[in-house]
Design a protein around this ligand. Structure first.
Ligand SMILES: Cc1cc2nc3c(=O)[nH]c(=O)nc-3n(C[C@H](O)[C@H](O)[C@H](O)COP(=O)(O)O)c2cc1C
Length: 158
C-alpha cells in the first residue's frame, strides 16, 4: 500500500506536526503542494503510483490552501482512494466542501476526514495573542495517527 500526502502548512506548521507524527510511524511520502505552481516543469510528484492519497492543509478563508486545491485539480487521477486532514482556528463543517467537490469530480473514493484546532494568529486574533494556543497537542497528534490507521485498514479492506 503506497501512500502520498499532498500538503500545505504555512501559517504555523500546525498541520505539518500531525503529518510528521504519522510519517514517523508509517511509510508515507509527504508532498509539498507548492511544487504544482510551476506548470510544465514536471516537478510535481505523479500521484498515479499511489494506492492512497491524502490532502492536508491549514484552513485559509474557509478552504484548504489554494495550492492544495490546485494540486488536486491538476494532478489527482480518477478513481483514487483519498482522505483529508486539516487544522483550523475555529471548526466549521464547510471547510472540506471545495476539496470534496474536486475529489468527487475525479470519482475518488473518499475514506474520511480528520481535523483538530491549530494555533491561529490570523488578523484580529493576533491582537489577543492568538487562539487555539498549544494545538495541535499530544492528544490531537495521537488521534491523527489513529485516524491514519483506520483509513489504512479501510483502504486495504476494499
Ligand atoms: C490567511 C489565513 C486565513 C485563515 N482562515 C481561517 C478560516 O477561515 N477558518 C479557520 O478556522 N481558521 C483560519 N485560519 C487559521 C488556520 O487555519 C490555522 O491556524 C491552521 O492551524 C493553520 O495551519 P498551518 O499552520 O498548518 O498552516 C486562517 C489563517 C490564515 C493565516
Amino acid at each position: 500500500m503506497k501512500t502520498g500526502i499532498v500538503f500545505c502548512s504555512e501559517h504555523h506548521g500546525n498541520t505539518r506536526k500531525l503529518l510528521n507524527a504519522v510519517a514517523e510511524h508509517y511509510d508515507i511520502d509527504l508532498i509539498k503542494a507548492d511544487i504544482a505552481l510551476f506548470p510544465g516543469s514536471g516537478l510535481h510528484t505523479t500521484l498515479s503510483d499511489y494506492d492512497l492519497i491524502g490532502f492536508a492543509s491549514g484552513i485559509y478563508y474557509q478552504k484548504f490552501h489554494k495550492d492544495v486545491l490546485k494540486y488536486a485539480e491538476d494532478f489527482l487521477p480518477k478513481g483514487k482512494n483519498v482522505f483529508f486532514i486539516y487544522t483550523c482556528g475555529i471548526e466549521r463543517k464547510c471547510y472540506t466542501d471545495s476539496i470534496i467537490q474536486i475529489a468527487k469530480s475525479k470519482s475518488s473514493k473518499i475514506l474520511g476526514t480528520y481535523s483538530c484546532p491549530g494555533y491561529d494568529t490570523f488578523g484580529p486574533f493576533k491582537l489577543v495573542g492568538g487562539i487555539s494556543k498549544g494545538r495541535p497537542n499530544d492528544d490531537d497528534i495521537q488521534n491523527a495517527i489513529k485516524f491514519y490507521e483506520f483509513i489504512l485498514k479501510k483502504c486495504s479492506e476494499k
